[in-house]
Each structure stands twice: as C-alpha cells, then as structure tokens.
Design a protein around this ligand. Structure first.
Ligand code: NAD
Ligand code: MG
Length: 389
C-alpha cells in the first residue's frame, strides 16, 4: 500500500484526489489529511478515509475536530497549525504528499515534504512562485520526486521525454506552449471589467476550482504564475515559454521539438486526470473521467494572449525578468488583492493595479535564504494591504 498525505484535503484538488484514491483502495492508504478550518468537511473525510492524522491549520478548528472525532469513536490524532502541517508532510509512513493548499501558506509544508525526500504531487503552484530556487534545491538535495498536478504542467511533463533532466537543448525541445482558456472575461470589453462581481469572476467556463485560483484565472494571473512555475519545473528560460489562448481547454499544453514535432496532451477538462497521472506515474490508473469525445469538441481554437486586457500576465513576466524575490512580491500582492476583491473591498480591475504598484515600489534581491523570501512575502502583504485600506 502507498501511504499518502493530502495537504488541503477539503479543497477542490483535495476532494478530487480523494475521489481518485477511493477508486483504488487496494493501492492507496490515507495517512494524513489537512485543512484550514472546515471542521464539517474534515470530520466527514476522516469518517470515510480513517487517516492516522488530521491537521487543522486553525487552532480552534482543531479543538472542534478533536471533540467531533472522539464522539464518533475515531482514533485519528488531531494536530494544529504549521507545526502539524509540517509534521504530516514528513511522516515516515507517507510515501507520497499531495501539496494542495492554496497560496504561500502551502510553502512550508511542501518544503518539508521535499526535505523529507517524498514523492510530491504539486498542485500548490504558489510554493514554486514564492521560493522556486529553494524548493527545487530541496527536491534535488533530498532525492524527492516532484510531479506536477497543475493540468498544463502535467501535460508538459507527459509530452517531454521520460528521461528529461532539465536541459531543453539536450532533449531537443525548442519551446513549451502553455494553453490558457482565457477565463470568463476573454471577450468582455475592458471597460465592463470595473463592475465585475466575485460571483462572475468565479464562474469559470470550463473548470470548477477554488475561489482564489478562479479569480486568478479571470485576471490571467493564474497563467502568469504558471509561466513562473514552468520555468522552475522544467528549467526553462521565460522566452521559451509561449502562452496560447485555447478557449476549449481540451489541449492542456504542448511541447515543440527542434525537428518541428509538436506533442500535445488532450483530455476532458477534469483535474482527476493529472491527479491520477501523478499518483500512479509511471503507471496509469482509472481516474473516473469522461472519455474525450472529439466529435463533440469538433473544433479547437487558438489566439495570442492580450497583455493589455490582462495586465497581470505582463506583470508576471516582469517579475520573472527581475528575478530573485520579485515573484514572491508579485504573489503576495496578488493574494492580498484577490482576497480583498472576494470580500468586496477592491474592484476587479484594481487587482492588477495593486500588484503593479507593490511590485514597482518594493526592491527585490537575489534569493539567498528562505527567511529572506518569507520577509519579502510579509513586506509585500503589508504594502499591498496599506494600498487597499
Ligand atoms: P481550494 O480553495 O478549493 O482549497 C484549498 C485548500 O487549502 C483547502 O483544503 C483549505 O482548507 C486549505 N487551506 C487554505 N488556506 C490554508 C492555510 N492558511 N493553511 C492550511 N491550509 C489552508 O483551492 P484549490 O482550487 O483546491 O487549489 C489548491 C491549489 O491547487 C492552489 O495552489 C491552486 O492554484 C492549485 N490548482 C488548483 C486547480 C483546480 O482545479 N482547483 C488546478 C490547478 C492548480
Ligand atoms: Mg493550471
């Protein structure tokens, strides 16, 4: 049996992961689950999957969960806070860690999994955006195995040679083509974007996701974060990553080779495919996903991205170019701005403005330590917070 820890089990990726695992209970055993504060969902998951540990990041939620589980007669040990998250990410009985916490909050536990040499299924792209150098070093130094769950990166991973070691030239790869749906506002007039509500921003045409990533998809900051994620995962120069708008979300990304071949991975837009791919790699398991019906899809469209309509995408490339802590600053400002938008304290179009002003006002530096990255993250959060208040 393969022991698995799921960080962020109550979220969209976490629930999809448990769905795939429940189809293969002869193969996987849930060692630990974790969530922020949703006690109802966590206690239901504990009843179904009987993990050894359950962690609530929120201390009061941990207390509430503890009494729920004791009432139900479960022996699951309840832990709290960052300490609990870091512990379950590094348990000896966990062979595999699904990193599916949203935002920079997922960095420390994902890093703990890397340092413990785990097989890491990485959905939490922000961990790489904030601390890519440190994270990738920890993976290498501890012989961890890093498998991308983000659908585009999982597609690229599937289209690269099996022995790919981070050298695009040696592998004969010319470019990576990251597809993007363009989100719900691909064709909305920019002047109309001022009045967009959180409900409209979270209504993605093709994917059902958590609220933060849904807003990121609407601003296309998500694609910007994914370009940064791809640079770290595949050791790619930003200039060799091309974003391609593809509204149908059927091609999940492509790899172009020097001989002119372009390999693509296609499938129904369902995160259980990349989750199952990463879980079972190098094998394949049933994911419960609908077969792709090409006759129903009928056509595939492509467009170049529009940096004026989607300034967040441009800002992500600018942060990449500046390098060092700039992408941590970009990410922190974005998290603060998106949260303010979701709580009705900021206009949709002001998200990019807050990120731009934070990024241009704060100095960035070459990354030398985790503490320095965490400081940059904190300063950017404070700065962006002051801009909004
Ligand atoms: P979500 O909001 O649905 O779930 C987030 C999970 O993280 C929940 O379990 C929540 O309890 C937990 N969490 C939130 N804040 C926390 C904190 N401070 N400490 C500890 N736990 C915390 O998000 P999601 O859509 O599942 O996305 C998770 C990650 O996967 C994100 O980084 C996202 O970019 C990435 N991702 C998601 C999708 C998707 O289809 N949902 C696709 C690709 C990548
Ligand atoms: Mg993605």
């Amino acid at each position: 049996m393969i022991g698995i820890t799921i960080l962020g089990s109550t979220g969209s990726i976490g629930v999809n992961t448990l769905d795939v695992i429940s189809r293969h209970d002869d193969r996987y055993r849930v060692v630990a689950l974790s969530a922020n504060s949703d006690v109802d969902k966590m206690s239901a998951q504990c009843r179904e999957f009987r993990p050894d540990y359950a962690v609530m990041a929120d201390a009061l939620a941990a207390e509430a969960l503890e009494s729920r589980l004791r009432e139900a007669g479960l022996e699951t040990e309840v832990l709290a806070g960052d300490e609990g998250l870091v512990k379950v990410a590094a348990l000896p009985e966990a062979d595999c860690v699904m990193a599916a916490i949203v935002g920079a909050a997922g960095l420390l536990p994902a890093l703990a999994a890397a340092r413990a040499g785990k097989r890491i299924l990485l959905a939490n792209k922000e961990a790489l955006v904030v601390a890519g150098r440190i994270f990738m070093e920890a993976v290498r130094q501890n012989n961890a195995v890093l498998l991308p769950v983000d659908s585009e990166h999982n597609a690229v991973f599937q289209c690269l040679p099996a022995a790919y070691q981070g050298d695009m030239d040696r592998a004969g790869v010319r470019r990576i083509l990251l597809t993007a749906s363009g989100g719900p506002f691909r064709n909305v007039e920019p002047v109309e974007l001022d009045a967009v509500t959180p409900g409209q921003a979270c209504a993605h045409p093709n994917w059902v996701m958590g609220r933060k990533i849904s807003v990121d998809s609407a601003t296309m900051m998500n694609k910007g974060l994914e370009v940064i994620e791809a640079c770290w995962l595949f050791n790619a120069e930003p200039s060799r990553i091309q974003v391609v708008i593809h509204p149908q979300s059927v091609i999940h990304s492509l790899v172009e080779y020097v001989d002119g071949s372009v390999l693509a991975q296609l499938g129904s837009p369902d995160m259980r495919t990349p989750i199952a791919n990463a879980l079972a790699w190098p094998e394949r398991i049933d994911a419960g996903v609908n077969q792709l019906d090409l006759f129903e899809v009928a056509r595939l469209d492509f467009q170049a991205p529009d940096f004026e309509r989607f300034p967040c995408l441009r800002l992500a490339y600018e942060a990449l170019e500046r390098g060092g802590t700039a992408s941590a600053i970009l990410n922190a400002a974005n998290e603060v701005a998106v949260d303010a938008f979701l709580h009705g304290r900021l206009k949709f179009t002001a998200i990019a403005a807050v990120v731009e002003q934070t990024l241009s006002s704060l100095p960035s530096a070459a990354v030398v330590s985790l503490d320095q990255v965490l400081d940059a993250d904190r300063e950017a959060r404070e700065f962006a917070g002051r801009l909004i208040d």
